[in-house]
Design a protein around this ligand. Structure first.
Ligand SMILES: [Zn+2]
Length: 100
């Protein structure tokens, strides 16, 4: 199972891909992803069995493209998102922000 970068079309194994996730935004249910190859930064939503890509729109995130990742699971914590696939798991932490 390889997961593509939607900008440069490089493909990554799950470990390399999910280690490039950072900054879980719990309110929008998004993680940031920075492509290790081209440096493109994308926001994506981890869903059961797939990844959702899209755009923020009026305070929501509209998913426009989905990449199927069979067996992908997620668990939302207060300050982190746990992602698991097969026997591997990754933790994406929330970057704490000062209230505006
Ligand atoms: Zn890329």
């Amino acid at each position: 199972m390889l997961i593509p970068c939607l900008a440069c079309e490089s493909r990554f194994g799950p470990d390399e891909y999910f280690r490039a996730c950072s900054d879980y935004n719990r309110g929008m249910d998004l993680v940031s992803w920075t492509c290790p190859r081209c440096g493109n930064r994308d926001d994506l939503r981890v869903l059961p069995g797939e990844l959702g890509f899209g755009y923020p729109h009026r305070g929501r995130f509209d998913v426009h493209a989905r990449v199927r990742v069979p067996g992908l699971r997620r668990h939302r914590g207060d300050l982190r998102l746990d992602i698991s696939l097969d026997r591997a798991s990754w933790h994406v932490h929330t970057r704490l922000r000062q209230p505006a």
